[in-house]
Design a protein around this ligand. Structure first.
Ligand code: NAD
Length: 475
């Protein structure tokens, strides 16, 4: 049922063949699913050389050719959605319906980049001398090293790969070793769509070894990473030392502002469903809830009722709304934050203890009445944990919402246009959602401020990180 896993280098799928291997397990029950081959030093070198060679021709390929490949990738992803989604559920744990919608969203990303890559325009700048022609052209940066995480193993990877390839770059992708099936499926999609050998390469291994080797290589010009803030900072420092360009999509600790005039019950229901999505392992998951005094009690009660009804189980079981956390490290990290919150006076409204003996299950957990100094109010929980606290007025809540180093997503519930305008201007976040959740579409730029990252993925900005600007002046 689970597919064979491989490396993909210079257009060839490479399996174990004497390479070191890593076990891949189902996070719901620890069952062994497969073995993931790690790239040897020679494999890594071959991947870099293949990407470098392929860049010579891919960089001058017609945008129509790139567009055709990306469009075909979208079409094939839709055809294969059922199988890819089942395998994501097995190695990541998320419910099948969520995995399925991730595959369809990934197809849309390929299609969006297929359209946009035909519109990578330069410009003509009027010159001071009528005999001079001045052009500004945009060229692909070169070989890119891309690092994608396990929480959306297909869509996080395709955002990078489709943008890089659409811009005319070549890629060495290291996906998440915990949830690798989607990345192998991604390589197969591009392979079957007719991508020339070497334009995309997939490698696996010890993340810190691979990132260091790739960033240090003079043939690699760009790094794109999605993951945690601490790792992002390490990689940014390394990239800086070697003068490599970077795009960073890092963690978040998204504030939710519920004002007295909000539709409280609707907001509580929507937020509860969104909170348990992917067991809260989402960089834009709502995680710090600030609720205005008058509606505080009502919101906590409605949120508890909605989130407690979440059906937890294996992602393939019918009716499951939330699966396990992806690995034991997350389970321990989430539990530690919850216990610390309780120890500093937080009221445990529901959840708060690991579920069952097997698998990495943690229940939806709500903690109310916390001081702002509690760790969970300052550190990203990246799990099904909601911390709820009160506020009195708009300026106070803006100050508190902006008090952490993160600046990714934010959520506001109010019917006042004045309040919505004030907070959407004042929030230090790359994305502001007012009265709904609407940001993972490929036509919208996705990215953070402050420690949450640099650059955007998606939108008309999709190629910005993969292009460099050249000025040509001619007489
Ligand atoms: P982690 O920091 O150990 O790993 C996070 C990701 O980074 C993994 O995919 C890992 O393979 C990769 N990674 C780690 N060290 C690396 C290195 N030196 N070079 C290249 N890649 C490296 O944490 P974790 O427990 O696996 O994940 C939880 C944390 O990761 C959360 O705090 C969250 O912020 C972050 N995360 C963020 C996103 C996102 O969408 N921004 C996605 C997944 C994880």
């Amino acid at each position: 049922m689970y597919p064979p896993l491989s490396l993909y280098i210079n257009g060839r799928f490479l399996s174990g063949e004497g390479r070191q291997e890593q076990d891949v397990r189902d996070p719901a029950n620890s069952q062994l699913l497969g073995h993931l081959p790690w790239a040897s030093d020679d494999d890594l070198m071959q991947a870099v050389l293949a990407a470098h060679r392929a860049f010579e021709t891919w960089r001058i390929s017609s945008p129509m050719e790139r567009s055709a490949v990306l469009r075909k990738v979208g079409e094939l992803a839709r055809e294969r959605a059922d199988a890819i989604a089942r395998h994501i559920t097995l190695d990541n744990g998320k419910p099948l319906a969520e995995a399925h919608s991730e595959v369809l969203n990934s197809a849309e990303h390929a299609e969006w980049n297929a359209e946009e890559c035909r519109r990578i325009y330069g410009r003509v700048v009027p010159s001071r001398n009528p005999a001079v022609r001045q052009l500004v052209v945009r060229e692909p940066v070169g070989v890119c090293a891309a690092f994608s995480p396990w929480n959306f193993p297909l869509s996080q990877a395709i955002k990078k790969v489709a943008a890089a390839i659409g811009a005319g770059c070549t890629v060495i992708l290291k996906g998440p070793e915990e949830s690798p099936s989607a990345i192998v499926a991604l390589a197969q999609l591009f392979h079957d769509a007719g991508l020339p050998p070497g334009v995309l390469n997939v490698v696996w291994g010890v993340p810190s070894d691979i990132s260091r080797r790739l960033i240090e290589s003079p043939l690699v010009r760009k790094l794109s990473f999605t993951g945690s803030v601490p790792v992002g900072k390490q990689l940014a420092a390394l990239a800086g030392a070697h003068m490599k360009r970077i795009s960073m999509e890092l963690g978040g600790h998204s504030p939710v502002l519920v004002f007295n005039d909000a539709d409280v019950d609707t907001a509580a229901g929507m937020l509860a469903r969104f909170k348990v999505r992917n067991a809260g392992q989402v960089c834009v998951s709502p995680s710090r809830f600030y609720v205005q005094d008058q509606v505080y009690e009502r919101f906590v009660a409605a949120f508890k009722l909605a989130i407690e009804s979440t059906q937890i189980g294996h992602g393939l079981a019918p009716g499951t709304q939330m699966g396990p956390l992806v690995h034991g490290r997350r389970l321990a990290a989430v539990d530690e934050l919850v216990q610390q919150a309780v120890s500093v006076g937080g009221e445990l409204v529901c959840g708060g203890q690991k579920l069952g003996e097997s698998g990495h299950f943690y229940p939806p957990t709500v903690i109310a009445g916390l001081p702002d100094s509690a760790r969970v109010m300052n550190e990203e929980p990246f799990g099904p944990v909601a911390a709820i606290t009160r506020f009195k007025d708009t300026e106070e809540v803006l100050r508190r919402a902006n008090s952490v180093p993160y600046g990714l997503a934010s959520y506001v519930f109010t019917h006042s246009v004045t309040t919505a305008t004030r907070v959407s201007n004042g929030l230090e976040a790359g994305m502001v959602n007012i009265n709904h959740f609407g940001m993972a579409h490929p036509e919208l730029p996705f990215g953070g401020m402050k420690d949450s990252g640099m650059g955007s993925e998606g939108g008309t900005e999709t190629f910005d990180g993969f292009l460099t600007t050249k000025m040509i002046t001619q007489i």
